[in-house]
Design a protein around this ligand. Structure first.
Ligand code: FAD
Length: 317
């Protein structure tokens, strides 16, 4: 079912979460182990992230290191099929521009369409880990707006090949990313929101946000979106703090602030087990406040480890 339809039909705030594919060579069992306990909270959909290639250095046998391109976490499309098959709920694959040419992207969309996947989250993707800035594939898409236009074309039965005999229109409900604390490359929040509005005007039907730890930032973001005429559902993304190191890691990777109260409380913790418990309590409080404000769904970043999110969901749903 289309995610927007689910949100519309829901009588209360829904529970959903995101998992990441296992490292290449690992079993899918770890994914099922992460999902199984969370099924108690009846998620109508599960997101599966997409990961581009990275460069690794391998010993080439002669004492030299050879630089190799590899995708360490393949399997997004297969995991989506496995989730739909095992749990009979929707799987929402993330689709990224980075590292793929347009034909590869189109072929992935055809696979998803044939599998019966109806919802996708369309993203630009990040830079290659060893590179400072995002560089689009020479034959690929540069922004989420470009990938979105491609999906919208396919929804109209317009494929890259314009001489197909009987092109079957796809029927994807598309979500996009939003950043309550702005995307790190945007010169300011208003400019970032202009592009977010462009994505919605082009056909994006819902927004999932980057993680945040201060609900006021989310509320202000939603207010600004509404002022600008962005009227689609906005789903808050939440991640519980898990270790002391994350106090600097999360801001560095995700370009977000951690509120002073949370930092001060985390600094007082003697062990990471205490930080984890603090993160759970903070996230429960955040979730309850968001729920009280009527958000359509609470979406949790599990990093494929479900114990903290299980405790949060138990305290909220
Ligand atoms: P865009 O919307 O393309 O925006 C990128 C930047 O360009 C912004 O600063 C924006 O203001 C600007 N901009 C947007 N459109 C235009 C335009 N047409 N012209 C000029 N400037 C423009 N990454 C992954 O690799 N895999 C994942 O599975 C994944 N899942 C994510 C899920 C969520 C909910 C979120 C919030 C992020 C996720 N990311 C993922 C990270 C995401 O790919 C990065 O944050 C990336 O840097 C930006 O992606 P985007 O889709 O927001 O980009």
């Amino acid at each position: 079912m289309k995610l927007t339809q689910r949100l519309q039909n829901a009588k209360k705030t829904l529970f959903s979460f995101e998992i990441i594919p296992p490292l290449k060579g690992e079993s899918i069992a770890s994914i099922f182990q992460a999902i199984d306990p969370l099924m108690e909270f009846k998620p109508p959909f599960i997101d599966v992230t997409y990961h581009r290639e990275e460069y690794v250095y391998k010993n080439s046998g002669n004492g030299l290191l050879a630089k190799q391109r590899t995708r360490k976490r393949p399997g997004t499309v297969g995991i989506c099929a496995a989730i739909m098959n095992k749990y009979h709920i929707d799987a929402v694959p993330h689709l990224i521009c980075g590292g793929f040419n347009k034909e590869e992207t189109e072929n992935a969309l055809i696979d998803l369409h044939f599998l019966g996947v109806e919802n996708i989250l369309v993203l630009r993707g990040d830079a290659v880990k060893s590179e400072g800035a995002f560089v689009p594939h020479p034959d690929g898409h540069a922004y989420a707006t470009d990938l979105l236009a491609h999906v919208m074309d396919m929804n109209q039965g317009k494929y890259l090949d314009d001489d197909l005999l009987n092109p079957d229109p796809t029927n994807f409900c598309v979500g996009v990313a939003g950043y309550p604390e702005k995307h790190f490359e945007a010169p300011n929040l208003d400019t970032d929101l202009r592009y977010l509005k462009m994505k919605v005007d082009m056909g994006a039907q819902y927004i999932v946000t980057q993680m945040f730890f201060d609900n006021q930032k989310f509320f202000k973001f939603v207010e600004k979106c509404r002022e600008m005429g962005i009227n689609v559902p906005i789903i808050p993304g939440l991640k519980p703090l898990a270790t002391k190191a994350q106090l600097s890691v999360l801001p560095r990777i995700f370009h977000i602030d951690i509120p002073m109260d949370l930092v001060a409380a985390a600094e007082k913790c003697k062990t990471n087990a205490e930080v984890k418990q603090l993160g759970i309590e903070w996230c429960i409080a955040q979730s309850k406040e968001l729920m009280a404000q009527g958000v359509p769904c609470l979406h949790y970043y599990t990093m494929s480890k479900s114990d903290a999110v299980y405790k949060i969901a138990k305290g909220v749903f």
